[in-house]
Design a protein. Sequence first.
Length: 636
Amino acid sequence: MRKYVLILSIAGAYYSAPALAQKQANLWYFGEYAGLDFNSGAPVLLTNGQTHNSTTNIEGCATISDSAGQLLFYTDGETVYNHLHALMPNGTNIGGGQSSSQSSVILPMPGDPNKYYIFTTDDFIHQLNNGLNYSIVDMCLDGGNGDVMLGFKNIHLMDTASEKVAVCRHSNGTDYWVVSQKHFTNIFYAWQVSAAGIINPVVSPVGPVHGDGSAASSYGEMKISPDHSRIALVDGQGQFPYAEILDFDNTNGSISNADTLLSVTYPGPAVWYYGVSFSPNSRFLYFATSGFNPRIVQYDLVLDSIVYDIPCPPGTIGIQLATDGKIYCVDAGSPGTISVINQPDLSGAACNYVPQAISLNGANVSYGLPEFLDDFVYSNTTPACALPVAALAASDATICPGTCINFTNLSLNAVSYQWSFQGATPDTSTDVNPQNICYAVPGTYYVTLSATNANGTDLQTLNNYITVYPQPAPQSITQSGDTLFAIAGAMMYQWYFNGNLIGGATDYFYIATASGDYNVVCVDDNGCEVEAAIFNVIAEIQLATSSGQWAISPNPVWDKITIQKTKVTSETAMDISIYNMIGASVLAVCLPTAYCLLPTCSTDVSNLPPGLYYIEITSSPPSGISGQFRTKFVKQ
């Protein structure tokens, strides 16, 4: 058999909301709160409640638990307390009044198991000035203890609401209805509460005008039947108190067919109506009256008549259907006890009303009992407040000095971030994915990311994560003849002429064939670049002579290079000089006159190491004017 627990509101020691709990050896445990299961006849007392103060008019309250009976939070309509009985940091002045008959009611937010609505009504002491408002509690705030959300506190719904608010489920099984009545009018408002928020109200003008012109006439309870088809309420005090029943459509929210069931004529003058409760089967309606003639009246909605009139102790005021199917009654005149209607679905005396049935063990009751849904279905889960998980990655973790990199945020469940970059510029950031974080000085550096949400903060520090390589060796360019030399020893070179890449010029030297500006980019073993430049280079290589012309072949050459005249001349001497790329002479040949008269001649270069050379031919013609030819060749 399922066991249900009702947590009752007691002045000085309030009780928690109804919830289905797990049984352990006939004792219900609520953390530090404990009590017997309801089948044994005792409610579960929530000790150390914080809603009582020195105010004499303590009436409405609301509490909410999860499905295992663990208290989540509670309120008196003015202040919200968490399950530790501590004030929620943003939980003060939430818009209700402690002296309102139904100062507050709590509903789970559809579609979000971690959030709850608190609907509040003001009291006649404040002339109903605050009206009907709502606030939202996020159970994942304040480290999982819950708090009223900033920006969602005291959201106004209606002016001059009576001290009444009732709730039930929508016919779609997901949404809820919140119903209240605008005092001094006959207008009812029904708001649909859905995953999309609170929808504009359905407005139903029906029945008599409520109130005799005084705010005090607004007090008394309003309830929706467990089958969601009826609304019952009382206008409890004033010149003409009465009880009323209306039809309710929980599909479209309309209210209709008002019928006055009780008036000042029953059970007699000087009667105040206050408590209202339906039986679980929705057939019987119970009203509690106070004043000089306190009664509990059982009204049969099928027979449309009073079927039982129960004299009760003085001070009987609030009554509430609980999740065990019983109705509990406040005995303000005997504040240390609570009365019980054990079988409210049965007619007449069979309902088994027992006055002062439950002792509160030293606690005192005031006026009201917690407001909640009267349909026995509670599926509130323990809040699953996701903690943040910090994680990060860099676009490159091994870099050269002067490199700027980007960071990617891989965190989960976080809403804000704080980065710290050792050795970088900038060295901090609050961006989600920081860009252009620059490192100038060689070394190894840590990176820290702090990821935060409403439930806490997680920190990830990656030590020695960023490696900045040493500066590459400095470079320079020297010139020897037409050859430009960078410092040898780099892993890679690339030459540029007037800012344009020279294809294939990837050695540490380059023979300039045109005058202009040259620069070289050198890459070390770490892949770091250093650059050097030389400007205004004058290239002196000439590819022809003034007194004769020659051609060389083959090119490339293995052993002998052949020199061929393209114009027959009568040189008296011809000198052949071969230079390496740093300008050093590696071979010199002086040909006698007999050779000079031949159309071709050759010279042996087989002993030269492979590489790039240039050959210079100087001739001395009879006129005494020398000619010169210079060109490059490759020795294989």
